[in-house]
Design a binder for this molecule. Sequence first.
Ligand SMILES: *[C@@H]1O[C@H](CO)[C@@H](O)[C@H](O)[C@H]1NC(C)=O
Ligand SMILES: *[C@@H]1O[C@H](CO)[C@@H](O)[C@H](O)[C@H]1NC(C)=O
Length: 501
Amino acid sequence: MVGRALILLSFIICLLNHVTAIHAYHDIPSPAHHFSAKHYREKTRKMQLDKVAFAHPDTTFQPPSPVLPPSPSILTAALSKSSPSKSSTSATSGISRAREYHVTTYGADPTGEKDSTDAILEAIADAVQGPGNGELMKGIVNLGGVRINLDGGIYKISNPLRLPVAGRGNLMIHGGTLRASDDFPKNGYLIDLSASSDLEYIYEFVTLRDLLLDSNYRGGAIQVVDSLRTSIDNCYITHFTTTGINVQGGHETYIRNCYLGQHITAGADPGERDFSGTAIILNGNDNAVTDVVIFSAATGIVIEGQANTLSGVHCYNKATGFGGVGVYLKVPGLTQTRIVNCYLDYTGIVAEDPVQLHISSSFFLGDAFVLLRSVNGIANGINIVDNMFSGSDKGIDIVQLDEKSCKFKNVKQVIVDRNNAKGMNIKSTIARGTVEGNNSSWMVDLSKDLLFPNLIKSVQYSLQATGDQFPNHALRSVTDNRVVITTDVVVPASVTVTVDQ
Ligand SMILES: *[C@@H]1O[C@H](CO)[C@@H](O)[C@H](O)[C@H]1NC(C)=O
Ligand SMILES: *[C@@H]1O[C@H](CO)[C@@H](O)[C@H](O)[C@H]1NC(C)=O
């Protein structure tokens, strides 16, 4: 009886939780669009299937037959062939020796049951301590493209995987899943490209490809320190508590076609309010993040260096209403960042004292906006142009200023223009307006349209008198973004003004 009562009670609590979660969810911008997106996808998929069926009216549409896996005997043969060198091709031919190091031949357990740290470290050590041929950058041995193959397995890792030596280049780790164990160091990274070294660059042209990195809520996934031309390609990075990919120093780390999220979700997650961690930190120059989805994290991308580029990045990591940030540009005074063709989905961009910042051809959904935050009051060389904004008629401005610590007092070359908005207020640094009347004074109020308060750098106006008089006229005032034109006599006229901040 007691048991049943408990079950009933917990069921009711559960139900109540559910109701409050839904309620809490709906008083902030609701990412309900993810549901409709799914619906849309299913619809289009069905349409495609219909199309296939229609194109082959005589045959019933059948899925392709499954590919047979290689038989165990073939596998065993391959393994035994490589066993002396632990490399996929033995040295016995004496001519060519393929250098792909399979972690399973080092005893790594692809089922994820046993700890595989030592086995994988051994494979890495053999790979990077093998023969090289010449140098890339000074002090970096060219390993020729040696590969460490994770053989499509899932491996439990209890310590960060580091290369045992510095000064190596042209190698790849690929093709499997690494999962942190329950005792993995909480400040560690599953793959840690760092080493103490006097070299200017520790590693060059390291490729991490086709990996699923599961930090198991213990630390981060990848760290890249003082390295050059690192590629992180087609990786799925999840369950990080600190940072998914942390780039410190070096340059030209290219993060492409990756998916990052602290929690595995497709949006509208009931736990979104508690998402933490940062998906990507770029604390270095000349890096690029292209075609990357960030589906859960307090902050999507933090940029702390110059000349970085984001393109094709979709952030729905944590809604602004819950305190999330999509892209945080923490480089006051010299930003030099381009953000193009990105999708800021319920979460926006924050830029501190931006100097040279370009944001264009991007889509901001769910009341997402760009926030310019003043640190020392500098905004110089900013283009926010040709973007689309969509919101829910809550009167949210597409570009906003945070002047809590200091007013923007040094504003130059800022162009916010040619954006369109649905359900949000357009803010610009270029504005136009027309007033008509029979008067000697005309005021065009542009304070609602202009981004910076009380700042008009140039005015053009035309006064069209509809009567037959020739009045004298002049620009009298631009205070508080209100332009005043006066005439010496009362005339019926229309006055059109264009201003620039
Ligand atoms: C404009 O105002 C003046 C002075 O009040 C008046 O004499 C004139 O008729 C008005 N003109 C028109 C077109 O309303
Ligand atoms: C001119 O416009 C001002 C402000 O709208 C108004 O107060 C004033 O009465 C007008 N003057 C004439 C002559 O219509």
